[in-house]
Ligand binder design. Structure first.
Ligand code: SME
Length: 161
């Protein structure tokens, strides 16, 4: 049984820096992908208290909802659709400051105001995405991009075994 050590008063960068090695330690001893993605979602939710955080995995040419924390969400997203499908298509991180201004944004929850989606790229192929939603406008920036991409990179072995 693990318990995360999260400094509640630290800034975002410090939180990421202390959290990432703890997530690595949390998932490195477990082989099952779904169990690990569930714990990563829970760790991120408890550290940042985002509105929604979780994974979509590429299954039969669409994104299928995976482990997450937050309100119920759309289960399937087509290639190129919404922020998640666009991050898959472009194979790069997308930050949306105001989801109402993103053409084709898929509304899973009307409380969601801004979003960041980080593709999971293994052997040059997008195999899923990490999606984070905030109920505040303009919530995500390059610091989130840097550390969330680093997180995916750090734990890429969980997608390979
Ligand atoms: N808003 C996302 C859909 C997923 S939910 O936010 C959980 C999108 O446009 O891809």
């Amino acid at each position: 049984m693990h318990e995360l050590r999260i400094e509640l008063n630290s800034n975002k960068e410090e939180t990421y820096k202390s959290l990432l090695p703890q997530i690595d330690a949390l998932v490195s001893g477990e082989q099952d992908l779904i169990a690990n993605l569930a714990n990563i979602s829970a760790a991120l939710k408890s550290a940042f208290n985002w509105w929604w955080v979780g994974f979509y995995l590429v299954r039969q040419n669409e994104l299928l909802l995976g482990p997450f924390q937050g309100p119920v969400a759309c289960t399937r997203i087509a290639f190129g659709k919404g922020v998640c499908g666009s991050a898959w298509q472009q194979a790069q991180t997308i930050i949306v400051a105001d989801v109402e201004k993103f053409p084709g944004h898929i509304v899973c929850s009307s409380s969601s105001k801004s979003e960041i989606v980080v593709p999971i790229i293994i052997n040059n192929q997008v195999i899923g995405v990490l999606d984070v939603d905030s109920e505040n406008l303009n919530h995500f920036d390059e610091t989130d991009q840097l550390y969330l991409e680093e997180l995916i990179n750090l734990v890429q072995y969980i997608f390979k075994r």
